[in-house]
Design a protein around this ligand. Structure first.
Ligand SMILES: *Cc1c(COP(=O)(O)O)cnc(C)c1O
Length: 353
């Protein structure tokens, strides 16, 4: 039995069939050549409604996070606004710092540490609403990078535009990476009709892995003002998006019906899961993404294993800050959510196996 993968927020319904068709047109000569990005940059910039110079394509948003971390924290990153080198000298100012708001996507801490930064973690509020005061309180002269995730993975909570702006203004010497991996599901983005509606130190991260279902092909993007993005672009390899991903991305962007259906199915799935949680007496946090954080109690790890034995993979988040007893369940196609709910109800109503 192939397990149902509801643990990584992938599109378990698959990408648009137009992607499969487009990949089938690639030839031996296409595979032998370094990709030409002219058309894909044009299409992605048009999708976001910004000029091409505002876009940097990456081998998944994960690569984008790594590049931004190195641009902000690594060797060659600009010195502190007061002009002193702060990096690794320890004597004059100490290590550059990255601010992370827990619980959140685990790659932020990994990328920041790999780039040589010191991670300053902000603990969550009990309702997972964005802790603006706490974030502002940890921002200081060594802050070079702030990661914000909206909707946040794993809580599904939004960070309001005003809050993002407040953080970006409080840390003018830092890059503020706003991870919008789930923006299509939330139906909102900092990238608006008039371009990027945010201070110049904001870099928006987007991925085509989730709503567009291209996780296996690896395609992500950074969107920022050209002066800001150029700091990142000079660290990027010239061909990080392979020819299949570049071709697939163009086809995926054309299939707006597939995207709309994906977003609608996630909504319907969330409603079903909320209703099931209400029946089962489980706490959950209404989510703006394609997953829901559910508190199942102190047997979370056991429940994850029992669900896996029934062919349903979900993510144990019980060891994340503020998430004791919590699982994260991807809410994609309704049939998949129904299968997860049936297994959850069977297990929680007695029949552990
Ligand atoms: C999945 C995810 C990513 C990674 O996207 P890729 O394009 O697959 O690398 C980045 N940020 C968040 C919050 C995610 O959930």
């Amino acid at each position: 039995m192939t397990p149902l993968r509801l643990h990584l927020n992938e599109h378990t319904g698959g990408c648009s069939p137009r992607v499969v068709d487009a990949l089938a047109t690639l030839t031996a000569a296409d595979f032998a050549a370094y990709p030409d990005y002219g058309e894909v940059y044009r299409d992605v910039a048009a999708f976001f409604g910004v000029p091409e110079a505002w876009v940097l394509l990456a081998n998944g948003l994960d690569e984008g996070l790594d590049l931004v971390s190195r641009a902000a924290l690594g060797w060659g990153a600009p010195a502190a606004p007061n002009g002193r080198r702060t990096r690794r000298t320890g004597r004059r100012g100490g290590s550059p710092e990255a601010v992370i708001v827990e619980p959140t996507f685990e790659m932020y801490a990994r990328c920041a540490a790999a780039a040589g930064g010191r991670v300053r973690s902000v603990p969550p509020r009990s309702d997972f609403a964005f802790p603006l005061d706490r974030v502002l309180a940890v921002i200081g002269p060594r802050t070079r990078l702030v990661f914000l995730c909206t909707p946040n993975n794993p809580t599904g909570q939004l960070v309001a535009r005003d809050e993002i702006v407040a953080v970006a203004r409080a840390a003018p010497g830092a890059l503020v990476l706003v991870d919008e991996a789930y923006a299509e599901f939330a139906g909102r983005s900092l990238i608006g009709p008039r371009g990027l509606e945010a201070p110049p130190n904001v870099v928006v991260g987007r991925t085509f892995a989730k709503a567009f279902g291209l996780a296996g092909l690896r395609a992500g993007a950074l969107v920022a003002r050209p002066e800001t993005l150029d700091r990142v672009r000079r660290l990027a390899p010239p061909y990080s998006l392979n020819v299949c991903a570049a071709t697939a991305l163009r086809a995926a962007l054309q299939d707006r019906e597939h995207l709309a259906r994906t977003v609608e199915e996630a909504r319907a799935s969330k409603r079903l899961l909320y209703a099931a949680c209400d029946r089962l007496g489980l706490r959950y946090w209404p989510s703006e993404a394609n997953f829901v954080l559910v508190r199942v109690g102190d047997r979370a790890a056991e429940l994850v294993d029992a669900l896996a034995r029934r062919g349903i993979l979900v993510r144990d988040r019980s060891r994340e800050p503020g998430c004791a007893g919590c699982l994260r369940i991807t809410t994609g196609p309704v049939a998949h959510t129904r299968a997860a709910i049936a297994a959850l109800e069977a297990l929680l109503c007695g029949a552990w196996s």
